[in-house]
Design a protein around this ligand. Structure first.
Ligand SMILES: NC(=O)c1ccc[n+]([C@@H]2O[C@H](COP(=O)([O-])OP(=O)(O)OC[C@H]3O[C@@H](n4cnc5c(N)ncnc54)[C@H](OP(=O)(O)O)[C@@H]3O)[C@@H](O)[C@H]2O)c1
Length: 249
């Protein structure tokens, strides 16, 4: 990770789960970290645990559904640390909202956060990286639900299939322009975070899901991010699929 020491990573959804683990790990690897989420106070707590002096981290409030909010977050990152070298598009969520009976508000939130929010953040990060000629890296947190369709999760799965398409589309756009910026996607299976309780609207059901077998920890995904970033400039690992060993589907 020497190539990234002192460089800046912008992580969306850093207030909990996978995003919090990635922020913590990249700080520990010597990077500067801009953590963003709607719950800014929780992001600040996460970052403070590693960066007690606050010199290498910044917690910003950002709702990725709101273009202006994203723009302001990137402006603040630029003002504080001079720019962004790594973007981790992690903010995302699922609702158990079937195609037959789901609520449009829940479908829309999944599309707005998982797909459009990711595109807005990508565009702002690219503009910043290109303006400085940065050898940047963009990482999307997809899902195994973007590789096949879990029963009852049609809309969520559609958003993660979209993320997969967007990863490849971005890779091609970057190559076409002769950019040195790399792009990659990490697609986890079950990870123990706040995801399941939000998806099923029940802490109890979430506990049951995570106790069926040993599921992934958020740190396992952070480890995959470090692997992707650690590759030399001529190596682009753009697809990592990871399941809990015992996950049958
Ligand atoms: N856990 C799993 O089993 C699993 C498996 C595969 C993929 N994933 C993916 O992993 C990513 C992270 O999820 P997680 O498992 O860590 O879930 P989590 O613990 O619920 O965390 C979700 C994060 O997304 C943020 N977020 C949600 N809506 C947002 C918005 N409108 N604007 C900005 N941030 C927003 C939340 O922050 P605020 O609420 O503070 O805004 C939170 O930090 C998601 O993309 C998810 O699809 C998860």
């Amino acid at each position: 990770m020497n190539q990234w020491k002192g460089k800046t990573a912008f992580i969306t959804g850093a207030s909990n789960g996978i995003g919090a683990a990635i922020a913590t790990r990249l700080l520990a690897e010597g990077m500067r970290v801009v953590g963003s989420a709607r719950r800014q106070d929780r992001v600040a707590e996460v970052l403070h645990k590693v960066d007690t002096s606050g010199d290498r981290s910044l917690a910003v409030q950002c709702d990725v559904r709101d273009e202006r909010s994203v723009h302001e977050a990137f402006s603040l990152a630029r003002k504080t640390f001079g720019g962004v070298d790594v973007l981790v598009n992690n903010a995302g969520l699922g609702h158990a909202a079937t195609l037959a009976e789901g609520k449009v508000d829940e479908w829309r939130e999944m599309l707005d956060v998982n797909v459009l929010g990711l595109c807005i953040c990508t565009r702002d990060a690219l503009a910043d990286m290109r303006s400085r000629g940065a050898h940047g890296h963009i990482i999307h947190i997809g899902s195994m639900a973007g590789q096949r369709v879990p029963a009852g999760a049609g809309l969520y799965s559609a958003t993660k299939h979209a993320v997969r398409a967007l990863t490849e589309a971005l890779r091609m756009e970057l190559r076409e322009k002769g950019d040195s910026i790399r792009v990659g996607e990490i697609s986890p299976g079950f990870v123990e975070t706040g995801f399941a309780s939000n998806y099923m609207k029940s802490e109890e059901k979430a506990r049951e899901v995570y106790s069926r077998f040993k599921v992934l920890e958020a740190n396992d995904v952070a480890e995959a991010v470090v692997y992707m970033l650690s590759c030399p400039a001529h190596v682009q690992v753009h697809d990592i699929l990871m399941r809990p060993t015992e996950q049958p589907t």
